[in-house]
Write a protein that binds this ligand. Structure first.
Ligand code: ADP
Ligand code: LRH
Length: 480
């Protein structure tokens, strides 16, 4: 019989990829990048949106290439898993058509809806049921800003892709937990909140759990991709952060994690949510993980600050490679100015270096008008934010953590990893870069019966094929 491979569609806010994953219970997972494409918000029809048609075209291109690579190797793609960033959705009518181009969470329209929602459901009540960190772009505020939701369903972005591939409408549970309309304890939709906000009970399709089958591919998709007719779309942790956390290569139980990319998601894994008032005021979230776990974490600002600065500098004709930029930042002395990386004033695009300098000025300090100084400020600020959040997680859960795993694109940032180890006073283990795709593939492999076990087993497999880099807090100074 042909060897089994899995296709992972993993789209972050800054880039997407289609990968093939080969999984062996003895040697772990190997990933092959089949297709990579950029992503980012676009301005369209008076709003910040995702170029969804272009993204879906890239998905199809990637799947066609995956089918052809597998065929050439005598392999069979048994399933496809999809994960993307959270909270955003497309509205789909009865005919199955998107009624508009999906908005990005960076669009400002949801901000005005926050007060309207809180007038109907208090923030305390919302948190007691959903356990979700307050972010002005959580799905419920976006839905409250929609002029009309009659006759449409909201499909979260990975669910929308799954729908276009299979014709089946589902809402995957880990991502449902980022909507603000999901009961963290019951693991069901918070019907009382849907009612209170006059949203139809079926505004979202029914829930599906990671590992369950969404469906098989539509004839037109088979034709466009050349995939075999029995290829299934399998639900994975469709919230990218859920897939990333599932593949944190932790070998000890007392680990914390940082999923570092456009955003930084900093926290621990718990068996049960923490819905206390202290947790709410610290703005920690209780998002659902693979296997019913709770991702107890906080969204701290992320490398968006850096990528937006790079974009601004490039527009001025200054295009230093990222590694060189980070090296010149590392050469600067410690103790420079800092900003609050998760200030919502950084959420919108454009003019990032100026906004960072203004934020520093507001603290009474001065930031030199040089890219290296701005980059160093971002890294010092992120590391401090990580350390603060890790300490908060320990305090709020009453658990101590012995090691911090950094996964995602940011795990390649040696300056950030070293500064984090120093600020947190803990060992940092960096990698894998592609934890999200690994988590996606591992959940598919388990659904296919290729591997067995719980998250500990999946994590051992995620770590097996990757070179991890350690950073010790004791090795102070000389970071890069
Ligand atoms: P997302 O999933 O949110 O799109 P990623 O996990 O792909 O984000 O991470 C992207 C970030 O990783 C980039 O913004 C960049 O700062 C960082 N990054 C990528 N490559 C490198 C590298 N070689 N060295 C340091 N940082 C890197
Ligand atoms: C990271 C992420 C994060 C959410 C944000 C909207 O990609 O999914 O977990 O808070 O995007």
């Amino acid at each position: 019989a042909p060897k089994t491979v899995f296709a992972a569609i993993d789209i972050g806010a800054s880039s997407g990829r289609v990968m093939l994953g080969r999984v062996s219970p003895s040697t772990g997972v190997s990933l092959e990048t089949i297709h990579r494409f950029p992503n980012g918000v676009i301005e369209l029809d008076g709003g910040l949106r995702w170029d969804f048609d272009a993204l879906f075209a890239e998905v199809l291109k990637g799947l066609a290439a995956a089918a052809s690579v597998a065929r050439g190797n005598g392999e069979r793609v048994v399933s496809i898993g999809i994960d993307t960033w959270a909270v955003d959705y497309g509205l789909v009518n009865d005919a199955g058509e998107l009624t508009s181009v999906p908005f990005s969470y960076r669009d400002e329209r949801s901000r005005a809806a926050v007060e309207r929602v809180h007038a109907v459901i208090s923030p305390e009540k919302l948190y007691a049921v959903t356990g979700l960190q307050y972010l002005q772009f959580n799905t419920l505020y976006q839905l409250a800003a929609e002029p009309n939701v009659d006759g449409v369903q909201a499909l979260l972005i990975p669910d929308l892709i799954a729908f276009l591939l299979t014709g089946e409408r589902r809402t995957e549970a880990t991502n449902a937990s980022t909507t603000g309309l999901f009961d963290a304890v019951a693991g069901e939709w918070a019907a009382e909140f849907l009612d209170a906000l006059s949203l139809p009970r079926d505004i979202f399709p029914p829930l599906i759990q990671p590992g369950e089958t969404v469906g098989t591919l539509l004839p037109s998709i088979l034709e466009q991709t050349g995939l075999p007719a029995d290829t299934r779309v399998v639900a994975v942790g469709s919230h990218d952060t859920a897939s990333a956390v599932a593949a944190v290569p932790a070998s000890q139980e007392d680990f914390a994690y940082i999923s570092s990319g456009t955003w930084s998601l900093v926290g621990v894994e718990l068996p049960h949510p923490v819905l206390t008032e202290a947790s709410r005021t610290a703005n920690f979230t209780n998002e659902r993980g693979v296997d019913g776990t709770i991702r107890y974490l906080r969204n701290v600002g992320g490398l968006w600050l850096l990528s937006e600065c790079q974009r601004a500098w490039a527009a001025e004709g200054y295009t230093q490679a990222l590694t060189a930029l980070l090296e010149s930042a590392a050469a600067l002395p410690a103790g420079g100015p800092q900003i609050n990386a998760d200030d919502p004033s950084f959420t919108a695009p454009d003019n990032m270096p100026d906004r960072i300098r203004a934020a520093v000025r507001n603290t009474g300090a001065v930031l030199a008008d040089r890219p290296a100084a701005v980059v160093r400020c971002i890294m010092d600020s992120l590391a401090a934010g990580y350390a603060r959040t890790l300490a908060d997680a320990e305090r709020l859960t009453g658990r101590s953590t012995g090691v911090v795993h950094i996964v995602g694109g940011g795990s390649q940032n040696r300056l950030l990893c070293q500064l984090t180890a120093e600020a947190a006073g803990k060992r940092v283990v960096a990698g894998p870069v592609e934890a999200t795709a690994l988590g996606n593939v591992l959940v598919q492999a388990r659904a296919a019966g290729v591997v067995t076990g719980g998250l500990a087993e999946l994590r051992a497999l995620a770590g097996a094929g990757t070179e991890l880099v350690r950073y010790e807090p004791a090795l102070l100074r000389d970071p890069v």
